[in-house]
Design a protein. Structure first.
Lengths: 178, 660
C-alpha cells in the first residue's frame, strides 16, 4: 500500500466511533425497560369522582379498562392528550371499554378547570394522598395503563397518548376472548 | 404580543414571529456560508461583502429571536410551548429570564447567539488584517451557525405553538432555580462556542495550505478565552452541584460533566502543544488534530447532553435532535480530517526532538497524558453503549473507574506543570536542572514528610500536596530570580514585579493560571482527605456532634412560597462552646415534582464548610433527620477559579514585549 493511500486512514479512523454513536442513537435510550407491572393484575382502588360517584377497579372486571394519570400543571403532554382521550371515550364507551382519569398531585380547583376546558365526560377522580399512583408505579404524568377484561395490566404508555396508540391497544384487547 | 386571528383564521403571535425570524436567519446564514466559500475560491470580492453582511444580519436576527422569547417569558405567553414547559405564574422574575436556557430549545438559541457574537467579532477584527484566511474562517463559522439555526428550525423549535393555550405553565425544573444556573450555562457555552474560532482558522489554514504558525499565532488569545470560559463553566457547575444537589460533592463523573470535561482536556493539550510549534515548528499535524478533536468534542458534548443516548442523573433534556448532531459531527470530523489527510505532506515538522530531557519532551508528555485522560473519559462515558452493542446489556462504569485511571494521570500532569515552564528547550544540562529544581524538590519532600507526620496516610493525597508544594516552589523560584534581575536594572521590588507581570504577561499569566489549578488541586485533595459526615434523627432540642461542631435541632416551620410548599428546619450550630451560626436547610415540595427537592444550608469557610441537608421529619415537627457534613477545603475550588480568572486576564493582555 502506498503512502498516498495510507493517509486516508486518518479520516477513516473516525468511522467506527460515528457508527457506535449512530447505533446508540437508533436504539431506544431507555433501553426498553419493560414495566414489571405488565402481565400483573391491576391494583384495586376505590375513589370518588369529581362528580361525586364512586369508581372502583373491582366493579369494572369484564370490561377493558384504560386508566390515565394526569395533572392540570402537566404542560404540554396532558393538554395534548386530553382531546384524544375524550374522543376515544365517546367512541368506545358503548363497546365495553371504560376510561378512568386519575388526577394526581393537583389542586381541586385547577383540576376542575382542566376538565371543563376539555369537556370531560368520562369518570375522573382525584388520588388524594397519591396511593393509587404509587400502586401503579407512576413516575410522571401523563401515564396510561391498558387493562384487559381479566383485570391484568397489558400495556403502559408513558407520555401523551395518541389516538393511534389508544385505538391500537384497545382494539387488540377487545378482540381477545373474554 | 397579543395573538389575534386574522381574517383567514390564522393566528399570528409570538410563536409565529419567532419562528419566522429563525427561518430567515437560517437562510441568511446558509447563503452567507455559500457566498464566503465562493469568494474564498476566487469568486468576486463583492460576494465576501455579502457574506459579511449576512453574518452581521444573522447575529441581529438571533438577538431579536432571543428578545421575543425573553418577552414571552416575562409576560407568561403560554402560547409558546417552551414557555409553558419552563415557567409558571409562580416563577420568580429573574428565573423567568434564565428559564430561557432552562431546557434544550432555549439553550440552542443561547448557543447560536454566542456563536453569532464570536462571528461578528471575527468579521470586525480580521476582515482587513487576514484577507486570505478570513473568507474561509467566515465560511466555517457561518456553516456552524447555519447548523444551529437548522436545529432551531426543525428538531428543537423554541417557538413551537401550544394549542390550546393552558392557563398556567408547568414551571422551571426546581433544581435550576439557583443563581449558579444563571452563570454556569453562559460560561460553559462561551467556552464551547469559543473553540469554533481556532477551529475555523485551522480549517482555513488547511484549505489554503498555509500550515505554518500563522493560524496559531492569530488564535492564541481566542484559545485562551475559550479555555478560560470552559474552565469557569466547569467550576461553576461544580459549585451548583455542591450547594444544590445536596450530596456534598462537586463532581460525579456524570456523562453531562464528562461532556464538558473532554474538550477541556484536549483544549488544554492544544493550548500547550501550540507553544512547541511556535517555538520549534514541530507538531503541526498534531496541533491540527487536537483542535479538530476539541471542536468535535464540543459538538459531541451537546449531542451527549441533548440526545439522551446515555442516561444521566441530570439529563434535563431528551430530544430527537440526536440525528442532526450526529450528522453534523460526521461532516465536521470526516471533512476536516480529510482536509488534513490531503495536506499531510505539508505537515511534516521541521524540528526534531534533541533530547528526552527538554521542554519539548515535557510538553509532549503533557499532551500524551491529557489526551489519555480525555480518551479515558470518552471511553468511560460511552462504555454503556459499547457493552450494549456487544452484549446486549447496558453496563455503566462509575467513579471508581474514572478515578483509578485519571488520578495517576492528573498527578503526573501536576509534576510536569512544575517541570515544563522552567526546563530548557532542546536539551537541559544537569547543571540547569539542579539550579532550577533542587530546592523545589526538597521543599516538596519536606512538605510530604511534615504532612505524613501530621497524620495524612493517604498516598494519593500526600503525593498531590507534595506536588503542589514542588510546583509552587518552581514558580516562586523562577519569579524571584527574574524580579531580582530586573531590580538590578534599578527598579524597586514593586516596580520590578509589576513590570515583570505586565511585560512578560504571557509567561506569568500562564504561571498564575497554573497557580489557580494548584489551588483547585489542593481543594480536591483536602476535601477527599479531611471531610466528615454523619446522619442523625433528632428530637427537638437534641443535638449531634461532628468534628468539633454541635448541631442542635430547634424546630420545623412550613411556609407556602410563590411556586412551592416549603418545610424548613432550624438548627443551631456551635463550635465547642461558641455559637457559630443558625442554619435552615429545607425541603421544597413542588406540585410538578414527584419527590421533594432538598434545599441545602451551609456555612462556607476558608478551611471548612458546615453543610446541612434535611432528611425525613415528623409532621408535628417533633423530630427530624439531618445529614451533617464538615467539608474541608472545598472553598479552595472556588478560590482557584478566581486565581484562574486573574491569570487568564493577564495572559490575554496585549503583548508588550518589543520584538528582539
Amino acid at each position: 500500500v502506498s503512502r498516498g493511500s495510507l493517509k486516508w486512514l486518518i479520516p477513516a479512523a473516525v468511522l467506527p466511533v460515528l457508527a457506535l454513536l449512530a447505533y446508540g442513537f437508533w436504539t431506544d435510550p431507555r433501553g426498553e425497560v419493560r414495566s414489571p407491572q405488565i402481565g400483573r393484575p391491576a391494583a384495586n382502588f376505590t375513589l370518588t369522582t369529581f362528580a361525586g360517584t364512586p369508581v372502583s377497579m373491582e366493579t369494572l372486571r369484564g370490561r377493558v379498562v384504560v386508566v390515565n394519570f394526569w395533572a392540570s400543571w402537566c404542560v404540554p403532554a396532558c393538554y395534548e392528550e386530553a382531546p384524544v382521550l375524550e374522543q376515544a371515550w365517546r367512541d368506545y364507551k358503548d363497546r365495553g371499554v371504560t376510561l378512568v382519569g386519575i388526577n394526581i398531585q393537583d389542586k381541586d380547583e385547577a383540576a376542575r378547570k382542566f376538565m371543563d376546558q376539555f369537556k370531560f365526560t368520562f369518570p375522573n377522580a382525584m388520588d388524594t394522598g397519591g396511593k393509587v399512583a404509587v400502586d401503579y408505579g407512576v413516575y410522571g404524568v401523563p401515564e396510561t395503563f391498558f387493562i384487559d377484561r381479566k383485570g391484568r395490566i397489558r400495556e403502559r404508555k408513558v407520555g401523551a397518548v395518541t389516538d393511534e396508540t389508544f385505538r391500537g391497544h384497545v382494539e387488540r384487547l377487545l378482540a381477545e376472548p373474554s | 404580543v397579543e395573538s389575534l386571528p386574522d381574517e383567514r383564521g390564522m393566528t399570528i403571535g409570538a410563536p409565529e414571529i419567532g419562528y419566522a425570524i429563525t427561518v430567515v436567519a437560517l437562510a441568511l446564514a446558509a447563503w452567507g456560508a455559500v457566498a464566503a466559500v465562493t469568494s474564498a475560491r476566487g469568486g468576486a470580492a463583492t460576494l465576501l461583502a455579502t457574506a459579511e453582511r449576512a453574518a452581521v444580519g444573522v447575529w441581529a436576527l438571533i438577538t431579536a429571536a432571543m428578545l421575543v422569547l425573553v418577552h414571552a417569558f416575562l409576560t407568561f405567553d403560554f402560547s409558546i410551548r417552551y414557555v409553558a414547559a419552563n415557567t409558571n405564574r409562580g416563577t420568580p422574575f429573574y428565573y423567568r429570564i434564565t428559564a430561557l436556557w432552562g431546557a434544550l430549545e432555549g439553550s440552542i438559541i443561547l448557543w447560536a447567539w454566542m456563536l453569532g457574537l464570536y462571528t461578528f467579532i471575527v468579521v470586525w477584527r480580521y476582515r482587513r488584517r487576514q484577507p486570505e484566511l478570513y473568507p474561509w474562517v467566515l465560511a466555517v463559522m457561518l456553516t456552524t451557525l447555519a447548523f444551529f439555526l437548522l436545529v432551531m428550525a426543525v428538531p428543537a423549535p423554541p417557538f413551537e405553538r401550544l394549542s390550546p393555550v393552558p392557563p398556567d405553565g408547568r414551571g422551571l425544573n426546581p433544581l435550576l432555580e439557583d443563581s449558579g444556573m444563571i452563570t454556569h450555562p453562559v460560561a460553559l457555552y462561551l467556552g464551547f462556542t469559543g473553540f469554533t474560532v481556532p477551529f475555523a482558522f485551522a480549517v482555513a489554514a488547511l484549505a489554503l495550505g498555509r500550515t505554518g504558525e500563522e493560524w496559531i499565532t492569530i488564535t492564541r488569545r481566542w484559545t485562551i478565552i475559550a479555555w478560560y470560559f470552559l474552565s469557569l463553566g466547569l467550576l461553576i457547575g461544580g459549585w451548583w452541584s455542591y450547594h444544590v444537589l445536596g450530596w456534598g460533592g462537586y463532581w460525579a463523573w456524570d456523562p453531562v460533566e464528562n461532556a464538558a470535561f473532554m474538550p477541556w482536556l484536549t483544549g488544554t493539550a492544544f493550548l500547550h502543544s501550540v507553544m512547541i510549534q511556535e517555538r520549534r515548528r514541530m507538531l503541526k499535524l498534531w496541533n491540527l488534530t487536537l483542535i479538530i478533536l476539541t471542536f468535535g468534542l464540543t459538538l459531541f458534548g451537546t449531542f451527549l447532553t441533548r440526545s439522551g443516548i446515555i442516561g444521566s442523573v441530570h439529563a434535563f433534556t431528551q430530544g430527537s435532535i440526536g440525528v442532526f448532531f450526529l450528522s453534523f459531527l460526521a461532516v465536521v470530523l470526516l471533512g476536516s480530517f480529510s482536509l488534513l489527510a490531503w495536506r499531510v505532506e505539508r505537515l511534516r515538522g521541521q524540528g526534531d526532538l534533541d533530547s528526552i530531557v527538554s521542554r519539548e519532551s515535557v510538553f509532549l508528555l503533557n499532551n500524551v497524558f491529557l489526551v489519555a485522560a480525555s480518551f479515558t473519559v470518552f471511553f468511560g462515558t460511552i462504555f454503556p453503549l459499547l457493552t450494549e452493542a456487544a452484549r446486549g446489556t447496558k453496563v455503566s462504569v462509575g467513579a471508581p473507574f474514572f478515578n483509578l485511571v485519571n488520578i495517576p494521570l492528573f498527578l503526573s500532569l501536576l509534576f510536569l506543570m512544575g517541570v515544563g515552564p522552567l526546563i530548557a528547550w532542546r536539551r537541559a544540562s544537569l547543571e540547569s536542572l539542579k539550579r532550577n529544581f533542587l530546592k523545589p524538590v526538597l521543599a516538596g519532600l519536606v512538605a510530604a514528610a511534615v504532612l505524613y507526620a501530621a497524620g495524612i496516610a493517604n498516598v494519593l493525597v500526600l503525593t498531590c500536596m507534595a506536588l503542589v508544594v514542588f510546583v509552587t516552589g518552581t514558580m516562586v523560584l523562577d519569579f524571584w530570580r527574574a524580579a531580582r534581575a530586573r531590580r538590578r536594572t534599578g527598579d524597586g521590588w514593586m516596580a520590578a514585579t509589576g513590570g515583570l507581570l505586565l511585560r512578560q504577561n504571557r509567561r506569568y499569566g500562564g504561571f498564575v493560571v497554573h497557580l489557580g489549578v494548584l489551588v483547585v488541586a489542593l481543594g480536591v485533595a483536602g476535601s477527599q482527605a479531611w471531610s466528615h459526615q454523619t446522619e442523625a434523627t433528632l428530637g427537638k432540642g437534641e443535638s449531634v456532634e461532628l468534628a468539633g461542631y454541635r448541631v442542635r435541632f430547634d424546630g420545623l416551620a412550613a411556609t407556602e412560597e410563590s411556586n412551592h410548599f416549603k418545610v424548613t428546619g432550624t438548627f443551631s450550630v456551635a463550635h465547642g462552646a461558641r455559637p457559630v451560626d443558625v442554619l435552615q436547610p429545607a425541603k421544597k415540595f413542588y406540585p410538578q415534582e414527584q419527590s421533594p427537592i432538598a434545599y441545602v444550608d451551609y456555612r462556607l469557610g476558608f478551611i471548612e464548610d458546615v453543610y446541612l441537608v434535611l432528611g425525613d421529619f415528623a409532621r408535628d415537627g417533633s423530630q427530624a433527620t439531618i445529614k451533617v457534613q464538615v467539608n474541608r477545603m472545598v472553598s479552595w475550588l472556588w478560590l482557584g477559579g478566581v486565581v484562574l480568572t486573574l491569570g487568564a486576564v493577564l495572559a490575554v493582555l496585549p503583548d508588550r514585549r518589543r520584538p528582539a
